[in-house]
Design a protein around this ligand. Structure first.
Ligand code: N1C
Length: 249
C-alpha cells in the first residue's frame, strides 16, 4: 500500500510538473477577452516542441506573434532595462503606460521557463537551458522576438526607464539596446524620453557615455531627452492619486 500510494503520488507530481505551464498559460490568457487561447497555445508550442532546446531561432515565434499581434498605443509605450521592479510597481498603480508585460503575450509568459526535447511533444519546465547557456534557447528567443514586435509597434513619444545605479545604463547586450532601439523609426516615433532612475548612490547621470551611444543609434528625426528621477519620487508619484500621468517627471 505504501509503495502504491508513494508511486501514485510521484506519478501525479511528475505529470503535474510536465504540464505545469499550460494551465498557467491558458488562465493568464483568458484574462484578455476576445482571443482564442487554445490557438495561441498551439502557436506557442510549435516554436520549440520536439526540438533541441539550444536550436530554437527567434523566427520560430513568428506564428505566435501573428496569432497575438501587438497593437500600437501611441505615446503610451514604456520600455525598460534593468529597472523591471520599479517599472512594474509604477504601471500596476498608474494606468499611464503600456509595457510588454501588459500585453497578452508578455503577461502570459512573464517569469516562466520552458523548453522542448527532440523526440518528445511535451513542454518541460525544468532542465531547460539558462539565458546564457546557449543563445538560441526557447525563452531568450521568445523575448527577443516579442520585444522586436513590441518595439515595431511603437509610435509617437516613447519612454524608457534605465537604471542610473549601474555602470552602463544603456548596455549593448541588453534587449533594449540590441533589439528595441533599432526598431524605433521616425517619423512614426517622434520622441524618446530616457527616465534615468537614480538611487541615493547613483553612479550614472544623463551625461553618462552610454547614453551618448543611445543618442547616436537613434533614427535621425527622433527627438531625444533625458531626465534623472529619484526612485523615491517615482514611487511617491505612483502612489499619489492626485498626480496625473503627465506630471510624474
Ligand atoms: O534585456 P533588457 O532588460 O534590456 O530587456 C528589457 C526590454 C524591455 O523594454 C521589454 O520591452 O525588453 C523587453 N523585455 C520584457 O518585456 C521582458 N519581460 C521579462 C525583455 N525581457 C523581459 N523579461 C525577462 O527579463 C527576460 O527573461 C530577460 O531575462 C530579462 C531582461 O531584462 P533586462 O536585462 O533588465
Amino acid at each position: 500500500l505504501v509503495i502504491t500510494v508513494l508511486s501514485l503520488g510521484l506519478g501525479l507530481g511528475l505529470r503535474r510538473e510536465k504540464h505545469q505551464i499550460k494551465p498557467v498559460f491558458l488562465s493568464r490568457c483568458e484574462k484578455f477577452s476576445g482571443n482564442n487561447c487554445q490557438k495561441i497555445w498551439d502557436a506557442f508550442q510549435q516554436a520549440y516542441v520536439n526540438q533541441d532546446p539550444c536550436k530554437v531561432p527567434v523566427e520560430a515565434y513568428d506564428p505566435l506573434i501573428a496569432a497575438a499581434p501587438f497593437k500600437s498605443e501611441c505615446n503610451r509605450m514604456l520600455f525598460w532595462s534593468k529597472t523591471k521592479d520599479v517599472v512594474h510597481d509604477f504601471t500596476e498603480k498608474k494606468d499611464c503606460f503600456i509595457t510588454l508585460e501588459d500585453t497578452l503575450l508578455g503577461s502570459v509568459l512573464d517569469g516562466l521557463t520552458w523548453c522542448g526535447k527532440e523526440g518528445s511533444s511535451d513542454t518541460f519546465t525544468t532542465g531547460c537551458p539558462g539565458w546564457t547557456d546557449c543563445e538560441n534557447n526557447p525563452v531568450r528567443s521568445f523575448w527577443n522576438r516579442a520585444s522586436a514586435a513590441f518595439a515595431e509597434a511603437a509610435c509617437g513619444a516613447v519612454t524608457v526607464m534605465l537604471n542610473g545605479s549601474i555602470a552602463t545604463p544603456f548596455h549593448p547586450a541588453s534587449i533594449f539596446a540590441s533589439v528595441e532601439v533599432k526598431r524605433f523609426k521616425a517619423p512614426i516615433v517622434t520622441n524618446l524620453t530616457v527616465v534615468l532612475v537614480t538611487e541615493k548612490h547613483n553612479v550614472a547621470r544623463c551625461t553618462d557615455p552610454s547614453l551618448k551611444d543611445l543618442r547616436k543609434e537613434l533614427d535621425k528625426g527622433i527627438q531625444y531627452n533625458c531626465k534623472e528621477v529619484p526612485r523615491s519620487e517615482i514611487e511617491a508619484c505612483s502612489s499619489n492619486p492626485n498626480i496625473t500621468c503627465g506630471t510624474c517627471w
